[in-house]
Design a protein around this ligand. Structure first.
Ligand SMILES: [Fe+2]
Ligand SMILES: [Fe+2]
Length: 295
């Protein structure tokens, strides 16, 4: 079977797209409808769910702006792309702050697992490690939002989840572009080390539902195994079209989760089905054209 060719676009493409999107950062949440909770457990789980989203946005914003600063002298266009991308995450963070208040919660201190994960991420120094970790966080974030949309019925919740899902569909391929840029000049040893980070993070993130499910499941209704499988599937698909980068998923783990690696490879041939393809990003550039598809 022919392996799909990665389709790439220059930094200018991403810059133009982000500038266009900036004009339309005006989606307002319509929070007039009162929320009817089935139980207090459901409400508390929703607060946990959106707190986790808040932390992800905050981390994306901080890292993107720090990288933008570092890139300014080297590649001004890429620096602006990173800045505009960070601003989108900042906008998500603002929306989530407002939303958390609406659901009767607030931004809470991070739990032990989340704190450890972000502390490790914060200690990363190599640019390719930061970008790769961010790309993988974006992937599991957008996967969780999409799966939650299948189960959540409250209109206000669906509105918030739809905004996040739609924008992350653009951020995932954008982060693949960042990764390509920082790896382009990296020596072979650093590329090899990035591949090790990918496999390690792959394992850690696939296990994350063990920690998140007891807190959030009463809201999003996603079982542990379903989420772990979806994370592994999406993290494996990340580089299925980008095989020239050499990021191979841990096959044993995929097999243990009952995922068919041949099928994953076949699915990657269709650029519109691939979450990382430029075609997917192009479809998500204009927010109003995005249809939230089920996994
Ligand atoms: Fe976001
Ligand atoms: Fe994002």
């Amino acid at each position: 079977m022919n392996r799909p060719r990665p389709t790439q676009r220059p930094t200018r493409f991403w810059l133009d797209a982000l500038r266009r999107r900036r004009e339309r950062l005006n989606d307002e949440l319509d929070l007039r409808a009162p929320i009817e909770w089935q139980s207090d457990e459901e409400r508390r789980a929703a607060v946990k769910f959106f707190n986790a989203a808040f932390r992800a946005e905050e981390s994306g914003l901080t890292q993107a702006h720090a990288l933008s600063h570092e890139m300014r002298a080297l590649d001004p266009d890429l620096a602006e792309v990173l800045e505009l991308y960070g601003n989108e995450e900042g906008w998500h963070r603002t929306l989530l702050t407002e939303f958390l208040e609406h659901v009767g919660g607030r931004v809470e201190p991070m739990g032990r697992v989340t704190r450890t994960l972000y502390r490790l991420y914060g200690s990363a120094r190599r640019m390719e490690t930061i970008v790769l970790a961010n790309l993988m966080f974006e992937t599991i974030g957008s996967t969780t939002y999409r799966l939650a949309l299948r189960n959540v019925r409250q209109p206000a919740m669906r509105q918030m989840l739809t905004i996040l899902t739609r924008d992350e569909a653009f951020h995932v391929p954008l982060n693949v572009h960042f990764l390509r840029q920082v790896l382009a000049n990296a020596p072979a040893e650093r590329r090899r080390s990035a591949r090790r980070v990918y496999r390690l993070l792959f394992l850690a993130l696939t296990a994350l539902p063990l920690a998140s499910r007891p807190k959030a499941r009463a809201f999003d209704g996603i079982p542990t195994l379903t989420l772990a499988r979806a994370y592994a599937r999406e993290l494996a698909r990340l580089f299925a079209r980008e095989h020239d980068l050499g990021f191979d998923p841990p096959r044993l783990l995929l097999l243990a989760l009952g995922l068919d690696t041949q099928e994953l490879a076949r699915a990657a041939v269709d650029p519109l089905a691939s979450p990382t393809s430029v075609e997917s990003a192009e479809r998500a550039v204009d927010r109003e054209r995005v249809v939230v598809s089920a996994l």
